[in-house]
Ligand binder design. Structure first.
Ligand code: FES
Ligand code: FES
Length: 183
């Protein structure tokens, strides 16, 4: 679309014109800005996620803004991508799935891999949880039975600020490896 972009987000289509005029999306706008400020998606799974892990932070899932922490990841054509490093103007024709889209539309129940992450009891502050959900879903999309080392590599881009204290990621890798072996 010339001077415009149509975004496919969680199966819904959003049409924007591109440019610097009021109401347009600047070519420099990042996807996390568009998702958060224009569409109102904040990386939540709705009531189920809130009930399960208490993720009630009203802030959108943006943290470092520099591609470092992985917290803002969304799935683009099935792969986890840092939305703070992705230009909205380049997302036309791609299938974008946010955390809100990783659930059954009728029941609201999170998808199985998401549930597996949510069932992990070791998260403490949950800062890293949105990014770990996206990274795990991306990994299982590409490899339904990842090994422990593949899970370790798949989560490597996600910063958990309590990892050094609690070893959360190491335990989560073992937890997901059981999920991988059980289906
Ligand atoms: S906020 Fe995007 S990677 Fe940290
Ligand atoms: S549990 Fe707090 S950052 Fe990972």
């Amino acid at each position: 679309m010339k001077d415009g972009v149509v975004l496919n987000i969680n199966g819904d289509h959003y049409k924007f014109s591109l440019g610097d005029r009021r109401g347009q999306i600047p070519y420099s706008e990042t996807l996390v800005q568009t998702l958060r400020d224009r569409i109102g998606l904040q990386g939540k799974l709705g009531p189920t996620l809130r009930e399960k892990i208490g993720l009630t932070d009203p802030e959108p899932p943006l943290s470092c803004g520099e591609g470092f922490c992985g917290r803002c990841a969304v799935l683009i054509d099935g792969k986890a991508i840092a939305s703070c490093m992705t230009l909205t103007s380049e997302c036309g024709g791609k299938k974008i799935v946010t955390l809100e889209g990783l659930r059954n539309k009728k029941t609201g129940e999170p998808d199985p891999v998401v549930n597996a992450v949510l069932d992990y009891p070791g998260f403490i502050c949950r800062f890293c949880t949105p990014g770990i959900i996206a990274a795990s879903q991306s990994l299982f999309n590409q490899n339904p039975h990842p090994s422990e080392s593949e899970i370790q590599a798949g989560l490597a881009g996600n910063y958990c600020r309590l990892e050094k204290i609690c070893g959360i990621r190491t335990q989560l890798v073992a937890h997901l490896a059981k999920v991988s072996a059980s289906h």
